[in-house]
Each structure stands twice: as structure tokens, then as C-alpha cells.
Write a protein that binds this ligand. Structure first.
Ligand SMILES: *Cc1c(COP(=O)(O)O)cnc(C)c1O
Length: 395
């Protein structure tokens, strides 16, 4: 029944892994939209609660539709196990809260998604966990922060919104030497273009809301690791604190994985075409995209990523007025802080996703008032270029 017994090439896994047909022999994955499960007799229930059989017990613990999504993503990632969560933030938070304790120490890259920064900067310290931020692009800062023992290293690469990279292989060695588990938020690279486990990560987390859903419908997240970490730390925490994904969302996400590589390949190629066009535009002062020759970490991008990703970040000479005017005159591109969607979206990080930071912290990260982040969708890139050109013509 399971298509997971044999090792397939990645694209076949995205369509077939985890498939477990019911007695009705449906073509598409079934949607088991139920919270509980029944037992044939009391002894079977007793055995299930003792973990002596693999029956489903309750959808907070596990659900057959959620399992399809988990198995499919674990197969793509090359991880022993995956657990799906209600949101990306539930994945980030539970991946660390499940093993950190009072007195522990976390070293994190400063360039983090806003809510991830809040967890490391505000929530963990409240529980007696010491946190230290470093410039993720600077290996010397990692080395100095990890010269003392640590319990977790947390980072995203490429980062939001400036697309800065962390040298995952180098930092993972320092993390190991310091006794820390390395947790990588791999959303911007997607599971296709960066394989953190091959570069030494211990735990990989996703917001499945982004490229994995890819159509702006459902929130979701995922945590992937080896079986030891899952069984010892993550699963007990997950079962008893309840960040589980809904079966409906898992069904949408599992179906979306079937087309993930087709969508992301189109978006990534279009994003490079648009980045090259914008780089040649006289009104754009800076373009960030890992595929450009001018990308400051081009060599590292080539070493640890197999594709560019789907984001393009530009600066309009630090001018908020110009950035707002471009956003307000775009006709096709929508203003939204989401990303990875089929629709091309643009946001002004300084006044939205990164408005909570101080102006000094934003300046440290290169997020000027003229920065716009584009998430390139599935439209024809030529229409996007024409829309960008007409908007830029007005400034
Ligand atoms: C969106 C995002 C998250 C949070 O995910 P949600 O699904 O919105 O909870 C975390 N990290 C990164 C890099 C993201 O882009």
C-alpha cells in the first residue's frame, strides 16, 4: 500500500511518497477529517496507549492524512522523521522549546524572520535561557559566540529580507564543538534548493504556508530530524502541547508537494530574470538575489544552494517615498507580506515585517526605508517586468 518502500528519485517521491490508499482504492490521497479513532476492543486501546501497536489514537498525536504530508516531506528532505505543525511559528517554537531548559544558552543569527526573533529575543530569556545574537554572515562572530558551551544554534539562510547567507557547513562544525544542536529555518531556500542535513544541521524547520502550500490557502509548518531527537524530545512535547496540523491543511499541503518543484523552478527562473532586469534599471540602487554575479556571497550560494530561491530584494536609494510610490502604482503585483505564493507579492519590510526593530537594528541588517522585497509568483515574468517598469517610471 505504501509507495515508500523503495527509494525513488525526488520528483517521484513528491507525488507518491506516503500514499496509503484505503479500501476504496481512491486515486488521490484521501482526506481523513476526523479528530478521533475507534478501537475494536478495550485491549487494543490499551495496547495503543502503551505504544505497542501503531494505531492512530487521536489527531493531536497523529492522523493518516497528516502522515502522508509528513512522510512526503521527510522523503524529500532525506530526514528520518517529520512532524507537521499548525503554522511555521509553531514549528520554530516547538523545535526549540521541546529540548531547551532553564540555564541553557542559544546563539542565533540576527537576521531572522520577525516572529522568530521575538521567540529568541523575548520568550526564551523569560524562561532563564540566555540568548546571544551574531551577524550570521560573519564566521568570526559565530566562532567567538560558540567558543563557550551552547545548547542551540538557530538561523535562517537566506535571510528575510536581505537574503544574507550563513555558511551552514562551517557553523554546524562550531555548533557541534560547542555542544549545540543546529536548527535551520529553511523556508527561503525551500526543501529543493538547500539540504541543511547534508551540511550538518540537526533539525530543519519550515513554514509550509509559503512555497509548500504555494497558493496562499493554508497555514502550516514542519519539523524534521533524526528519529532519536523526534522520539526523545519532539514527539512528547508535540503530543502534549498540541501544535498539530489540521488534516484538511495537511491534505492541501500533501497535494501541493506534487507540484512544488515545477512551481519553484518557474518562480526561481523568473526571479533571476527580474533581478537581472532591475539591476540594469537606473532608478534601482541595489538588487539582492543569490543568482546575480553581484551577490556579495555568490561563492557561498554556489557551494551550499542548488537554486536561487524565489525572492528579489531591491533598494530605491533609501527613500520611503519612492518605495511607497512604487508599491502604490504596481498594477499586477500585490502588496502583501506573504511569500512563496503563485501571485507575485511585494512588501516594505521597514514599515511592516521589520517595523518592530529599532532604526539602528534595521540599518545593521541593511533594511533601509527604500527596501522592497518581492516574492516572485507564477505569472509570465515579462508581464511582471512591464508592471515594475511602469511603477519605477513614476519616481
Ligand atoms: C513565514 C515564515 C515563518 C513563520 O511561518 P508561519 O507559517 O507564518 O507561522 C518562519 N520563518 C520564515 C523564514 C518565514 O518566512
Amino acid at each position: 500500500m505504501s509507495n515508500n518502500d523503495k527509494t525513488f528519485r525526488p520528483q517521484t517521491g513528491l507525488v507518491r511518497a506516503g500514499l496509503a490508499r484505503s479500501g476504496f482504492r481512491e486515486t488521490s490521497e484521501a482526506l481523513y477529517l476526523n479528530s478521533g479513532f475507534v478501537f475494536d476492543n478495550a485491549a487494543q486501546a490499551e495496547a495503543a496507549f502503551k505504544g505497542e501497536n501503531d494505531s492512530y489514537i487521536y489527531s493531536r498525536y497523529g492522523n493518516p492524512t497528516v502522515s502522508v504530508f509528513e512522510e512526503r516531506l521527510a522523503t524529500l528532505e532525506g530526514a528520518d522523521m517529520c512532524r507537521a505543525t499548525a503554522t511555521g511559528m509553531a514549528a520554530v517554537f516547538s523545535s526549540m522549546a521541546c529540548f531547551l531548559r532553564q540555564g541553557d544558552r542559544v546563539v542565533a543569527s540576527r537576521a531572522l524572520f520577525g516572529s522568530c526573533h521575538f521567540i529568541v529575543d523575548q520568550i526564551l530569556p523569560r524562561w532563564g535561557i540566555e540568548t546571544e545574537f551574531v551577524d550570521g554572515t560573519n564566521n568570526d562572530e559565530w566562532e567567538s559566540a560558540l567558543s563557550k558551551p551552547a545548547n542551540a544554534v538557530f538561523l535562517e539562510s537566506p535571510s528575510n529580507p536581505m537574503l544574507d547567507l550563513v555558511d551552514l557547513a562551517a557553523v554546524s562544525q562550531m555548533a557541534k564543538a560547542a555542544g549545540a544542536r543546529m536548527v535551520v529555518d529553511n523556508v527561503f531556500a525551500t526543501p529543493l534548493y538547500q539540504k541543511p542535513f547534508e551540511l550538518g544541521a540537526d533539525i530543519v524547520v519550515y513554514s509550509a504556508t509559503k512555497h509548500i502550500d504555494g497558493h496562499g490557502r493554508c497555514l502550516g509548518g514542519a519539523v524534521l530530524s533524526d528519529a532519536d531527537f523526534m522520539n526523545e524530545h519532539f514527539i512528547p512535547f508535540y503530543r502534549h502541547t498540541g501544535p498539530s496540523m489540521s488534516p484538511f491543511n495537511a491534505w492541501v499541503m500533501a497535494k501541493s508537494l506534487e507540484t512544488l518543484s515545477l512551481r519553484v523552478a518557474h518562480q526561481s527562473a523568473a526571479s533571476r530574470q527580474i533581478a537581472e532586469h532591475l539591476e540594469a534599471h537606473p532608478k534601482v540602487s541595489l538588487v539582492r538575489h543569490p543568482g546575480l554575479e553581484s551577490f556579495p556571497q555568490r561563492e557561498l550560494a554556489a557551494r551550499q544552494m542548488t537554486g536561487d530561491g524565489t525572492l528579489v530584494t531591491i533598494d530605491l536609494g533609501g527613500s520611503k517615498k519612492n518605495a511607497f510610490q512604487v508599491l502604490d502604482t504596481l498594477q499586477l503585483v500585490d502588496i502583501s507580506n506573504n511569500l512563496g505564493d503563485a501571485k507575485t507579492l511585494a512588501c516594505h519590510p521597514a514599515t511592516t515585517t521589520h517595523s518592530r526593530l529599532t532604526p539602528e537594528d534595521r540599518a545593521d541588517l541593511g533594511i533601509s526605508d527604500g527596501v522592497i522585497r518581492f516574492s516572485i509568483g507564477l505569472e509570465d515574468p515579462q508581464d511582471l517586468i512591464e508592471d515594475l517598469d511602469q511603477a519605477l517610471a513614476g519616481i
